[in-house]
Design a protein around this ligand. Structure first.
Ligand code: 4AZ
Length: 350
């Protein structure tokens, strides 16, 4: 089983190592029993092309649903499901508080799996990459981040789920800063939980949502700008200019680089977006979707248990706390997705 999160009514973000968890997603339930219902099939997906099933680097994947996820609101109307906004914020302050939620294992016995009946949450504190790298044998890259709380942690089955900034009581202000990725056991004080760092993938995620289905990207994402396309034609002008220009246009050299040209940082590009991977201004002249999604179809499955005790393991002491009704109303729509599998019980492996 894996977690996941809606980043628009049509797109789901999860961990790349969850890619074979299931063929459909279950939207919005707060109890595990409801997981059987409200399944939405997946029609397309983009796994990060540099995902590494040994190191869990680039553990991020986007799935496109067959239809928008819908919920019934308080007045009984069917409306598009709320989704969480990707946060571009770079978390770097030790002790910063974040919230992780999921249906993962809550059984302290390492040999049995007991998925939570209700969606659970725990607040965890940021641990810097240097300290976390020391704990995790130098295996923490810049695009991972770590968090911990005494006796509390994400655990088996929470993978793919969200790590959130929750600045207010209003879930609409939540920001997605991480994806549950891996750890050594669960809630072990020596080993913080490890998350995919969203700020490292912000550009990749929005660009690939646009490439999968630009009409279904969230409203704060401008796919025309991101893909370097002409804006959709608006109404033709009805009046012709009243006077001819007095000056002819000057031909000073461009101060910014056009799409496809090499760049070092966003400011180099006319689009103000430098692709962090290709180091070219957004997007390359002929953006080939097949090239960008070349990692598709690989399998993480359940057989990629890392060596040396590093696991997507099982709860030792405690995992996520039950959400109270009040907390549920805050977080109910921050995580509206969970998806199931039976392939990845790493503790069953030899
Ligand atoms: C998992 O297998 C998993 N304690 C997720 C998080 C952690 C361990 C395992 C971190 O889904």
């Amino acid at each position: 089983m894996c977690g996941a999160v809606l980043i628009s009514p049509r797109f789901v973000l999860t961990a790349a190592h969850c890619q074979d968890a299931d063929r459909d997603f279950v939207v919005g339930p707060h109890t595990f029993d409801e997981l059987e219902e409200r399944e939405i099939p997946v029609v397309d997906r983009t796994i990060h092309p540099l995902y590494d099933s040994i190191t869990y680097e680039n553990d991020v994947a986007i799935f496109e649903l067959e239809a928008d996820a819908m919920i019934i609101d308080d007045s009984g109307e069917i409306v598009p499901a709320p989704y969480v906004k990707l946060s571009p914020d770079i978390i770097d302050l030790d002790g910063s508080e974040m919230t992780v939620i999921g249906f993962g294992d809550i059984d302290p016995d390492e040999k049995t799996t007991d998925f939570a009946e209700f969606l659970r949450r725990v607040d965890v504190e940021y641990v810097g990459n240097v300290a976390c790298g020391r704990d995790h044998r130098g295996e923490i890259t810049d695009s991972m981040m770590c968090a911990e709380a005494p006796g509390r942690d994400a655990c088996y089955g929470d993978s793919g789920g969200p790590l959130l900034l929750t600045p207010s009581e209003n879930f609409e202000e939540d920001g997605l800063v991480g994806i549950v990725s891996w750890g050594r056991g669960c809630a072990d004080e020596d080993y913080p939980g490890v998350y995919t760092r969203i700020s490292s993938y912000y550009d990749w995620i929005v660009e690939n949502m646009c490439l999968l289905n630009m009409s279904k990207a969230p409203s704060y994402v401008d796919c025309y700008q991101i893909l370097g396309l002409e804006p959709e034609p608006t109404e033709a002008p009805t009046m012709s200019p009243t006077s001819s220009p007095t000056k002819s246009p000057t031909t000073s050299p461009p101060v910014c680089r056009e799409r496809g040209e090499p760049c070092v940082e966003n400011a180099d590009c006319c689009s103000d977006r430098c692709n962090v991977f290709s180091k070219t201004c957004f997007p390359p002249a002929a953006t080939a979707r097949s090239r960008l999604s070349s990692g598709r179809g690989g399998s993480a499955g359940g057989n990629d248990r890392r060596s040396g005790g590093r696991t997507n393991g099982r709860s030792r002491t405690g995992t996520l706390d039950d959400l109270s009704d009040e907390e549920l109303s805050i977080l109910q729509n921050s995580v509206t997705i969970s998806h199931r599998e039976r392939v990845g019980n790493l503790n069953d492996l030899p």
